[in-house]
Design a protein around this ligand. Structure first.
Ligand SMILES: C[S@@+](CC[C@H](N)C(=O)[O-])C[C@H]1O[C@@H](n2cnc3c(N)ncnc32)[C@H](O)[C@@H]1O
Length: 257
């Protein structure tokens, strides 16, 4: 879920890039000052560098763009994944020649469509959400893009869908997972995805900065606490190699060993 806006036409996602190591202290630790002073390192929508990033890297399928612009008008449009982050996900899916992927938190289906577009014709996105109304916005565009048959939308709590996949004998058969639903369940999503993903597969975890709140998570902020605990756990998790990237609101890539 990005917290910002985007391209010239409208505004949508967030951004990332550059971390200027000017340095600052918080909770006794040295943290770099993030470019342009945003606590999470995001480049705000009016920042020309944000536009530069998009102008020099975004190669968006026209139907994806259509869905992004449509979603931007939705009252909860800020939940949509940022377009440059989605592009990274698609490049990874393509790079590892993924066939089976999981999307936890579909919303209007921007990233589900984004991944479906790069999967082979017999590829599948298991798309988990609890709100069918959101997905109804994207579905006609999944169809228009000719990839509707690759998206298996499951409307129920994602934990239940993941348990059903395991019970169905699908452990270690998935190549890629994107975790982007309710933050309080992130640890459970991660553990279940780790069972479902093959060795060499990737789990991408979104919002790992939680708009900078992970730096000093408040005791009553369950989302920030949950994300921060998972970030700490991942640092020491010998089952995966990791990279935490300042893309969007922060994304961690966990590569299953
Ligand atoms: C940040 S949005 C996902 C954005 C999406 N990945 C995209 O491509 O734009 C989070 C989504 O998680 C869904 N969600 C919240 N709790 C859930 C749960 N327990 N199980 C499945 N989905 C859930 C919400 O309905 C919402 O659509």
């Amino acid at each position: 879920m990005p917290l910002l806006s985007v391209p010239k036409e409208v505004a949508v996602g967030t951004a990332m890039l550059g971390v200027a190591f000017a340095g600052g202290m918080l909770a006794g630790k040295l943290y770099p000052s993030l470019v342009f002073g945003s606590p999470s390192g995001m480049i705000r929508k009016n920042n020309p560098l944000r536009q530069y990033i998009l102008d020099h890297s975004l190669r968006e399928h026209p139907i994806l763009k259509k869905l992004r612009l449509l979603t931007a008008d939705h009252p909860s449009g800020r939940m949509m994944v940022s377009c440059e982050q989605a592009q990274l996900m698609a490049n990874l899916v393509k790079l590892i020649k993924a066939k089976k992927v999981i999307e936890i938190g579909v919303f209007t289906g921007y990233n589900a469509l984004n991944m479906a577009l790069v999967l082979p014709d017999n590829g599948r996105v298991i798309a988990c959400d609890i709100n069918e109304d959101y997905a109804k916005i994207g579905k006609p565009l999944w169809k228009e893009a000719g990839v509707e048959h690759k998206i298996d939308l499951r409307i129920k709590p994602a934990i239940q869908t993941l348990d059903e996949l395991v019970a169905n004998g699908e452990a270690e058969t998935f190549d890629f997972a994107f975790i982007d639903a309710d933050k309080e369940s992130y640890n459970e999503y991660y553990e279940k995805c780790l069972r479902l993903i093959k060795k060499g597969g990737i789990i991408a975890i979104d919002n790992v900065f939680w708009n900078g709140k992970v730096l000093k998570p408040r005791k009553d902020d369950l989302a920030a606490q949950s994300i921060h605990h998972l970030n700490e756990k991942l640092l020491r998790d010998a089952r995966v190699n990791i990279s935490m990237l300042p893309v969007g609101d922060g994304v961690t890539l966990a590569f299953k060993l």
